[in-house]
Write a protein that binds this ligand. Structure first.
Ligand code: HEC
Length: 154
């Protein structure tokens, strides 16, 4: 009985080992790339323009959070945000046909925030964060943990 179980386990082991061998190196590289894209983690081949821009967008939103709470945001939307349409992503296949319209929704939300009356800036700020969130739910959930912490409690 025990030897039967043992040989079954052995079979299972051989089966699993073979299955893993079936993945070629190229497959594994593809998989690792997909994984890192799925999480938007640091690209080992250097940073893409879009990843760099995302970190600047993150810095921007964090830098105006207190002002949104105080209702003192005014002036012009920083021009660099428009680069979202041209910045090159880590992998061009990740940017699908929806990317530009999602990017426009985000830009429109930022613009709206800059033109709000003080008392509604908190809500407008949270709308911007919701655009970060929805885009990341679609493309890469990695940064969602940080993004969800950006909301201003109302
Ligand atoms: C239009 C879709 C879209 C919107 C809106 C968006 N992101 Fe991203 N974000 C992406 C994509 C796609 C990547 C992957 C970029 C790459 O790897 O080239 C990314 C990457 C990131 C990264 C990882 C950067 C790195 O170091 O690899 C962070 C952090 C991030 N976004 C935060 C934000 C924040 C904060 C906002 C809102 C202010 C935001 N994103 C809005 C699509 C979006």
């Amino acid at each position: 009985m025990a030897s039967k179980i043992l040989s079954l386990l052995l079979l299972l082991f051989v089966f699993i080992a073979c299955n893993q061998k079936n993945k070629s190196d190229a497959d594994l590289v593809e998989l690792a790339k997909k994984d890192s894209l799925a999480n938007c983690s640091i690209n080992p081949n250097g940073q893409s323009e879009l990843a760099e821009l995302m970190r600047q967008m993150q810095g921007h939103i964090n830098s105006i959070r207190d002002a949104a709470i105080a209702g003192t945001i005014s002036g012009e939307v920083p021009g660099f945000l428009n680069n979202i349409h041209t910045a090159k992503p880590t992998d061009s296949t990740m940017v699908d046909g929806e990317f530009d319209s999602r990017a426009d929704e985000y830009l429109a939300a930022v613009k709206d925030l800059y033109h709000r009356y003080p008392e509604s800036q908190k809500i407008a700020f949270n709308t911007v964060v919701s655009k970060c969130q929805s885009c990341h739910e679609h493309y890469c959930p990695g940064p969602l943990v940080v993004i969800k912490k950006m909301y201003i409690p109302l």
